[in-house]
Design a protein around this ligand. Structure first.
Ligand SMILES: NC(=O)c1ccc[n+]([C@@H]2O[C@H](COP(=O)([O-])OP(=O)(O)OC[C@H]3O[C@@H](n4cnc5c(N)ncnc54)[C@H](O)[C@@H]3O)[C@@H](O)[C@H]2O)c1
Length: 253
């Protein structure tokens, strides 16, 4: 009996944090996983962890906001792993500052990675999903989409990703492709560690303070988000599209 080859998933920004946990989870779910991050060497730990667990992975270096690098990355993934039918747009950066201190470069970089990056990656991958008449796009939004002091750039990008997600759901639904967004609350990663550092806060104290304001009384971990990605990507979630799920340990409006 010949085995059906594993479906291929791409996770961007998967060298660490939420992206790495998501790549590992999708590999455990049976996908061959392309691990994209800014440079290929940085993907080695995630690729190694997937392989050590018996999965298949490919590390690819690319800036998701650069059209040529995106096309080259997706072409290579399609050639070496197979047609990508799952895309998790997770790569992200913060450049926080109050509006009056926010520079043009702070604004542009955040738009470049989150909005332009998700657009370019999705445009490059959609044809494989349409050809397969099956696909899943999951975009990483944030509770900051509802507004967050010091994050005019990031909040705008994360709200923009919700509109992008709903439009993808409308355009691609008839091809068997769903698109959904996850809006995490406070998740303990290098990104939030950097925020604590910028605020001059001790990490453990910062986590305890954030946890005290969260209904489930703890900070989130990357696996909390990976689990939600796994649901959206699953076969049974084919009737769930255009949704934004706040994964924040409590309700958000
Ligand atoms: N940590 C949180 O509390 C939190 C909350 C809400 C949303 N998010 C979102 O979840 C996603 C992952 O966050 P995280 O906390 O794991 O962050 P992280 O900083 O730990 O990891 C982000 C990864 O993205 C990569 N990256 C950055 N720019 C890139 C580019 N142009 N091309 C390719 N890769 C790039 C980085 O190198 C890094 O490996 C981000 O989109 C973030 O905005 C995080």
């Amino acid at each position: 009996m010949t085995q059906t080859p594993a479906r291929v998933a791409i996770v961007t920004g998967a060298a660490r944090g939420i992206g790495a946990a998501t790549a590992l989870r999708l590999a455990a779910d049976g996908f061959a996983v392309a691990v994209i991050d800014l440079d290929e060497a940085a993907t080695a730990a995630t690729v190694g962890a997937i392989e050590a667990a018996g999965g298949r992975a490919l590390g690819v270096g690319a800036d998701v906001g650069d059209p040529e690098q995106v096309q080259a990355a997706v072409d290579r993934i399609a050639a070496e792993l197979g047609p990508p039918v799952v895309l998790v747009n997770n790569a992200g950066v913060t450049r926080d500052n109050l509006l009056f201190k926010m520079t043009d470069a702070d604004w542009d970089l955040v738009m470049h990675v989150h909005l332009r990056g998700s657009f370019l990656m999705t445009r490059a991958c959609q044809r494989y999903m349409v050809d397969a008449k099956w696909g899943r796009v999951v975009n990483l939004s944030s509770t900051s989409a509802l507004g967050n002091r010091g994050q005019a750039n990031y909040a705008t990008a994360k709200a923009g990703l919700q509109g992008f997600t709903k439009t993808l759901a409308l355009e691609l639904g008839k091809f068997g492709v769903t698109a959904n967004a996850i809006a995490p609350g406070f998740i303990q990663t290098e990104m939030t560690k950097a925020t604590a550092e910028r605020l001059g806060r001790d990490w453990d104290e910062y986590v305890a303070e954030r946890a005290a304001a969260i209904p489930v009384a703890r900070g989130g971990v990357p696996e909390d988000i990976a689990h939600t990605v796994s649901f959206f990507v699953s076969e049974g979630a084919g009737f769930v599209s255009g949704q934004v799920v706040y994964v924040a340990g409590g309700p958000r409006t």
